[in-house]
Write a protein that binds this ligand. Structure first.
Ligand code: NOJ
Length: 713
């Protein structure tokens, strides 16, 4: 019998209602409140009554802890309204999958669904009800550390991955087994901080928002995400957490979002630091007026909303609205029927890191690495070759990457361990990052080796939240290792692990470069399978790799300029360019090599003109020129040549992942309709304009063959 949440609301006092709008760490519910009366309890101006009216908790260790916290909480909550446990389950719970940026490089949203599904199965048994994922922030600045949590620079791909994640987390029934509610974040525009500096202001036009930055959140909500987390930043000078345009006009009025909204950590209180509220009472007022339901970590609501209501400043109906949404979510999750729902210490043991989950994690990892360079077929390696291993990640187990707090790197193998286990003739020469420590015997070992594998990159703390970098070359002296190996006339294969596109100019002399990001629990095995050709690299970049920091932001879908640079290598004087750098990135969006090699025919269109009700078929011949089978992601881009507002030079509209056997040719077919030719105006409306469009097809955004067609009125 479903609970009537409206009836429950009627039984609640105002403080009980406001309590539902507060989120605390589980610690508060098990702490000895008398002993702990100082510290956070005093700073947050909390007392027992307030604490045991809280609606939600942030972060939980395991099922036992959740059950203990929920029991203690319910014993003191007058109406027995269960806590909802939220947590950051980003790319796996115990079984860690590739970081989201890597996942997106698989160009297969189904991989995001699988990763989220496995994460939900594990997290649910540990007592998690809602995950703060996916991060659907569009990103264009690799200095920003959180690009590692993103699905890249393209709005279309981002939307597909965000929607697939939501489907994976939530399944068909939130009250069923092994599902968690998904809270998409960080609404809105958090991925565009000024200078790539974490938490910095964001200045996006409404056209930029509608033209791409909102797309990921919109698609996640269309897929049914039950929560939305606000961003730390301002938009148009207004902190997102109290931004009525975002939270009311866009989210509720336009998108009809019926789920809960929640602040980011402390972000309601931080509106004071933004200079957008007089004091805590003012922050609470602005939050509730904006339609913000839950305050994470800070306590402005619980300490000020009641007085705001009794003073007649805030209408109780605003609070009722918010609380009803929270109660409805708890009901949808089945928490009133069973407050311990899904949390099960026995099942937890069986589910976590199960063979099936590990196998899925490896499968996705294999598709997420990107081969950036492979001169003279340095890769794949023959198993009989003598290998020397150097670099800071040669013996590292840290393949989980940022935001994997329940994962355990100690359970992961290192590349060295996998190679040893597989009987490769291997010498670990040095795992430091400087050539200064190399002596004559090290140099001899490098000379003796057929191939030197250099395990380079960033550690897990060099990307992620609050880890922006101004210099995005390889940290420390790692790059020197490549030149050193080459000076000994060795074959240098660089295997990178890192959380962002890097500037790789000073390691380009490596014979091969394999970008592996952070591939998760089975990362090392997946990398070794790729290096030895047991699996073929098939990932393609979803963020451009700049040649230098000065080019940032560099992304494939910029707007045209009045003075375009048609001759990148020999530009005219007064065109869009640098005098000391090219415009193009080092590795463009969509780029990635395979051990096979593919050639493309020109796109063939079914018509030279279509009406709005007709569709256009685009076909292209794809040929595998090698004796190896391989997978190619065929990409289709559009350009709207003349519209009522300037449109991007290229926009990804479709792609197909095709497996070709040796020397096989396939005809790849796409179909475009009016929705592909339409776009959003600054007010969010969808429009189209008649005229000429260019459709281009190819292996990445910089190597395309094009044809024009006309959209008639
Ligand atoms: C801050 C992060 O920005 C957000 O993504 C996360 O969900 C919260 N902290 C809670 O951990």
């Amino acid at each position: 019998m479903p609970l009537n949440t409206k009836d429950l609301l009627k039984q609640m006092t105002i403080p009980e209602k406001i309590g539902q709008m507060m989120q605390l760490s589980p610690w508060f519910f098990v702490a000895d409140l008398e002993k702990e009366a100082a510290g956070p309890i005093r700073d947050l101006k909390l007392d027992e009554a307030k604490i045991f009216s809280a609606g939600t908790a942030l972060g939980i260790g395991d099922a036992r802890e959740m059950i203990e916290v929920q029991k203690k909480y319910l014993a003191k909550n007058r109406l027995g309204i269960p806590l909802l446990f939220g947590a950051d389950v980003i790319h796996g719970y115990r079984t860690i999958f590739p970081v989201p940026l890597a996942l997106s490089c698989s160009w297969d949203p189904e991989n995001a669904r699988i990763a989220a599904r496995v994460a939900a199965l594990e997290a649910a048994t540990a007592g998690v009800h809602m995950t703060y994922a996916p991060m659907a922030d569009l990103v264009r600045d690799p200095r920003w550390g959180r690009v590692v949590e993103s699905f890249g620079e393209d709005p279309y791909l981002l939307g597909l991955f965000a929607a697939a994640s939501v489907a994976g987390f939530q399944g068909d029934d939130l009250a069923g087994e092994g599902t968690v509610a998904s809270c998409v974040k960080h609404f809105a525009g958090y991925g565009a901080p000024e200078g790539g500096r974490e938490y910095a202001a964001v200045d996006l036009s409404r056209q930029a928002l509608e033209g791409g930055y909102l797309e990921g959140y919109r698609k996640a909500i269309e897929a049914g995400a039950r929560g939305v987390m606000t961003a730390f930043n301002t938009i148009e000078g207004v902190p997102c957490t109290i931004n009525r345009y975002l939270l009311r006009t866009i989210l509720r009025d336009r998108w009809k979002f019926s789920g809960v909204t929640i602040t980011d950590y402390d972000s309601l209180h931080e509106v004071l630091a933004h200079g957008a509220a007089e004091d805590e009472r003012d922050a609470a007022r602005l939050g509730v007026l904006a339609g913000l339901d839950i305050e994470m970590a800070s306590t402005d609501y619980v300490n000020h909303l009641e007085k705001l209501v009794t003073d007649g400043v805030v209408d109780l109906s605003l609070i009722d609205e918010a609380v009803l949404r929270i109660l409805d979510l708890k009901e949808e999750l089945g928490l009133f029927a069973d407050p311990f729902h899904n949390a099960d210490p026995v099942k937890e043991q069986l589910t976590m890191l199960s063979e099936a989950h590990l196998a899925l994690s490896k499968r996705v990892a294999l598709e997420s690495a990107v081969l950036l360079k492979n001169d003279r077929m340095a890769l794949p390696l023959h198993p009989a070759l003598r290998i020397a291993l150097i670099g800071p990640y040669a013996t590292s187990h840290e393949t989980n990457g940022p935001w994997s707090w329940h994962g355990n790197n100690a359970k992961n193998e290192s590349i060295a361990e996998v190679l040893r286990r597989r009987g490769i003739d291997l010498t670990i020469v040095k795992d430091g990052d400087s050539i200064a420590s190399y002596d004559a015997s090290d140099i001899e070992k490098l000379r003796q080796a057929d191939v030197v594998l250099l395990l380079l990159g960033e550690n897990a703390h060099q990307s992620g939240e609050a880890h922006s970098r101004a210099d995005i070359t390889l940290p420390g002296k790692q790059a020197e290792l490549v030149g050193f190996v080459k000076s000994l006339h060795g074959t240098a294969v660089a295997v990178l692990q890192n959380g962002r596109p890097l500037v790789l100019e000073n390691i380009l002399e490596a014979d091969a470069i394999l970008e592996t990001w952070f591939l998760g629990t089975k990362g090392a095995e997946a990398v070794c399978d790729l290096l030895y050709g047991i699996a073929d690299p098939s990932g393609k970049l979803t963020m451009s790799f700049p040649r230098s920091v000065g080019q940032i932001p560099v992304h494939y879908d910029g707007l045209p300029t009045g003075r375009p640079n048609h001759h990148e290598l020999h530009p005219r004087e007064y065109v869009t360019k640098y005098i000391d750098e090219l415009n193009s990135p080092r590795f463009p969006f969509g780029f990635g090599l395979s051990y096979a090699a593919f050639s493309y025919g020109a796109p063939v269109l079914s018509a030279s003109a279509i009406t709005p009700s007709e569709s256009l078929a685009v076909t292209v011949e794809l040929h595998n020129e090698t004796a190896r089978a391989g997978v190619e992601t065929v990409q289709l881009y559009l350009r709207d040549k003349a519209a009522r507002i300037s449109r991007p030079v290229l926009e990804l509209k479709a792609f197909r992942k095709i497996r070709l056997s040796a020397f096989e040719t396939q005809t790849v077919r796409f179909e475009l309709g009016l929705s592909d030719l339409s776009y959003r105006l600054p007010d969010g409306s969808v429009v189209w304009d008649p005229g000429v469009f260019t459709v281009s097809v190819g292996p990445d955004s910089a190597h395309l063959k094009a044809a024009d067609f006309v959209l008639k009125r």
